[in-house]
Design a binder for this molecule. Structure first.
Ligand code: HEM
Length: 527
């Protein structure tokens, strides 16, 4: 490498001399090389071409969803048990076992629909993604703040996102497109009642909950499984904003939530969340009025009491926004021993989508970047090469053998936990069918009734303001859904739109939609 100390002016501290990426000192960073002072420029201008062509490539594609976000670091501390019930009774995942055991984490909070520099006061679900750097490799828990989702089958994800994103012609976000899609998607009602209430605009990231949303499994040392749902509860409390609050915040600052998080951590006010899990026996549950693998549903807390399993503390901000926030990559497939997938049809689609988009967005070797590497265990793989591969260390004592099996050495498989063959047996025809028990309205109605008066008023005002901008057929269908959610909601939104129950009770259920007896009864009473 060039010794820059002999090349800079005597006053220069050699450590501060500007170089290019080849280590060449830069003598003139103000002027291109030209023929005479007024040009023309020459093409062998290596410093200029390197500088400008690197700049031309500074942006990678932003995330297709959750583009705006903020990452910080901290730790997860396990409780090891609840009361006298050890957690090992349900999972053998090492990070949960001992009381006081700490695991390093990176957490990224985000909004979903806006671009990388969009407003953090937008009405939008918030992402709550946690990467645990465990001794068994990384575990990502990629959740949101509302506990449920718009759809229950991953095949509809591009449609719901297209409807929510700006119009492809004028690039405006349009209520007409959003509610056109939602009016044809009855399972979205529970999410909509949450999203258009004040919960849809959290005051900032420190004051919001997080949820795994999808159903996962825990596996114990004998291979027995249970279904689980994850919840993050902020010690700081939950705070939300009305449209008016949000408009005021956003008038002065688009990134208020990022700023709030950074400033709190720098002041030493470390935000904290408790992790709770709900547990259900693995298998079918005909006794329930919802399907536990349906991510448009929550599990009633009276039946499945959330159990605290640990706490999360964030105590460090990133050093480099691009390297640690733009290039961090989370995915639902990233699990460790003792944690598993359920058959939730969203979860399987998500698990393909995350690493697929990251290979495109960041590059095929995105897992070699420091923020994404497994930190608490050694990586030994026969994966080789690819764009920007830099971790090309021989993976073992016999470096020629980058395949498996081999009798001459190389890497070998870990011992298979044979007892894991025990899970419930699954049988069925290959098919394309909705889940039999949709029950799209009941929990949305219960949620509506749980809102405080001012939250209900805000919800109704928001729906009326936005749905009034939609096609009349969309308005009628939305009122029909809201009447099925809860009479009061349907009547109030209908009144705001000038649509009475008798204008809509003649509507047939949507294609493929099956109403419960109670739903039919409710409509006939209104008609
Ligand atoms: C980000 C796909 C459902 C939470 C993303 C990204 C994709 C994606 C492609 C961008 C990832 C990246 O560029 O690194 C999907 C698909 C879904 C789905 C296909 C349904 C089939 C959900 C649900 C939740 C969720 C239900 C919440 C429980 C998140 C979060 C991020 C994200 C938090 C941001 C992660 C980060 O901070 O980097 N999703 N998603 N997604 N998704 Fe989903």
């Amino acid at each position: 490498m060039t010794d820059v100390s002999s090349l800079g002016s005597p006053e220069d501290d050699p450590q501060t001399v500007l170089t290019d990426r080849q280590g060449h000192p830069i003598y003139d960073n103000q002027n291109q090389r030209t023929v005479g002072a007024r040009g023309p420029a020459t093409l062998e201008n290596y410093h200029f071409l390197e500088k400008i062509s690197h700049f031309d490539r500074e942006r990678i594609p932003e995330r297709v969803v959750h583009a705006r976000g903020v990452t910080s670091y901290g730790y997860f501390e396990a409780y090891g048990a609840w009361g006298d019930e050890p957690i090992s009774q349900y999972t053998r995942a090492k990070l949960f076992q001992e009381r006081g055991k700490r695991t390093d984490v990176a957490v990224r909070f985000s909004t979903v629909i806006g671009g990388r520099d969009s407003s953090e006061a937008a009405r939008d679900p918030r992402g709550f993604a946690v990467k645990f750097y465990t001794e068994d490799g990384n575990w990502d828990l990629v959740g949101n703040n509302l506990g449920v989702f718009f759809i229950r089958d991953a095949v509809k994800f591009p449609d719901v996102i297209h409807a929510l994103k700006p119009d492809p012609v004028s690039h405006e976000q349009k209520p007409a497109r959003i509610f056109d899609f939602m009016s044809q998607t009855p399972e979205s009602m529970h999410m909509l009642v949450n999203l258009f209430s004040p919960r849809g605009i959290p005051a900032d990231y420190r004051h919001m909950q997080g949820f795994g949303v999808n159903t996962y499994k825990w596996i114990d040392a004998e291979g027995q499984s249970v279904l689980v749902k994850y919840h993050w509860m902020p010690k700081q409390g939950v705070r939300s904003m009305t449209e008016e609050d949000a408009a005021n915040v956003q008038a002065g600052e688009l990134g208020h939530a990022t700023k709030d998080l950074y400033e709190a951590i720098r002041r030493g006010e470390y935000p904290e969340w408790e992790l709770l899990v709900q547990i259900m026996a693995d298998g079918d549950h005909p006794e329930l009025d919802f399907d536990p693998l349906d991510d448009t549903k929550t599990w009633p807390e009276q039946l499945f009491p959330p159990k605290p399993v640990g706490r999360l503390v964030l105590d460090r901000t990133v050093d480099n926004y691009y390297a640690e926030n733009e290039q961090i990559a989370f995915g639902t497939g990233v699990l460790v021993d003792g944690l598993d997938f359920s058959d939730d049809k969203m979860l399987v689609g998500r698990t393909f989508s995350y690493s697929d988009t990251q290979r495109y967005r960041v590059g095929p070797n995105y897992l070699q970047l420091p923020v994404n590497q497994a930190k608490k265990t050694e990586v030994r793989t026969n994966q080789r090469d690819g764009l920007m591969a830099y971790d090309n260390r021989a993976a073992n004592a016999n470096p020629e053998v980058n395949y498996e099996p081999s009798i001459t050495g190389g890497l070998h498989e870990a011992q298979y936990p044979t007892h894991d063959d025990q899970g419930p047996e699954i049988r069925g025809r290959l098919t394309r069918k909705r889940i039999p028990l949709a029950n799209d309205y009941q929990q949305a109605g219960q949620r509506y009734l749980l809102l405080e008066d001012w939250e209900r008023d805000d919800l109704v005002t928001n729906f009326v303001n936005l749905i009034s901008q939609c096609d009349r057929r969309v308005q009628e269908r939305m009122v029909w859904h809201f009447l099925l959610v809860e009479n009061d909601l349907g009547l109030r939104v209908g009144k705001g739109l000038g649509i009475g129950p008798s204008d809509v009770t003649h509507l047939e259920p949507l294609p493929g939609q099956s109403l419960t007896d109670e739903d039919r009864e409710r409509l006939s009473r209104l008609g």
